[in-house]
Design a protein around this ligand. Structure first.
Ligand code: TYD
Length: 207
């Protein structure tokens, strides 16, 4: 079982994932939690290049290629081996982030970025993708209020960019209805965590 989590900045994604890991582990499941870009030493090194605020010259396609390269290494070294061992792999962001951020928001085109990622992933798609849906204005206000949080190169993008990210995720949910779950992230952390768990259970048990 491969489950990915997507959402804009400040959607409470990380908090909800942590709660889910705890719950699944309590139930006796063997869970691997990982994230993108990153998840392995090589992928984390690529992450540093991508998110470094000094890299202002970075071209959009270079960015998309680096995300895809980081993903490839992550899949080979960590995701596939864990899936082969029968573990539940939970990944904080995956392919859909590339489709929404680089494809939609940066304007490279969702189809083109999908094609690039087909090469990198050899078609590995999640069984479930949870999208934490939140108006980007609220999300950005939330992260603005959290002074301890590290600000990366993509956080400082303009509001329109974040709106395009949101719209792109909603478009992806329409394109891939079988694997997408939309969670209302405007609610409090506990409610979001419970809704995520319930929705995954329903999807898994087919009702
Ligand atoms: P991170 O600090 O992990 O953000 P978050 O806590 O919001 O998940 O930074 C990852 C950033 O990279 C985030 O702004 C989304 C962006 N991103 C892409 O643009 N494309 C991608 O393929 C991935 C995986 C992430």
């Amino acid at each position: 079982m491969f489950i990915t989590f997507e959402g804009g900045e400040g959607s409470g994604k990380s908090t909800a994932i942590k709660a889910l890991v705890k719950r699944l582990e309590t139930e006796g499941h063997s869970v691997v939690l990982t994230r993108e870009p990153g998840g392995t030493p090589i992928s984390e090194q690529i992450r540093e290049i991508i998110l470094n605020k000094k890299n202002v010259e970075m071209d959009g396609m270079t960015e998309a290629l680096l995300y895809a390269a980081s993903r490839r290494q992550h899949i080979q070294e960590k995701i596939l081996p864990a899936l082969k061992e029968g573990k539940i792999v939970l990944c904080d962001r995956y392919l859909d982030s590339s489709l929404a951020y680089q494809g939609g928001a940066r304007g490279l085109g969702i189809d083109r970025v999908y094609e690039l990622n087909q090469f990198a992933t050899e078609g590995l798609l999640p069984d479930i993708t949870v999208f934490f849906a939140l108006d980007p204005k609220i999300g950005l206000a939330r992260i603005g209020a959290n002074a301890n949080r590290e600000v990366n190169r993509l956080d400082v993008e303009k509001m329109e960019f974040h709106q395009r990210v949101y719209d792109s995720f909603m478009e992806l949910a329409r394109r891939f209805p079988d694997r997408y779950l939309i969670i209302d992230a405007s609610k409090g952390p506990e409610e979001v965590a419970n809704a995520t768990y319930e929705a995954i259970q329903q999807k898994l048990h087919g009702n």
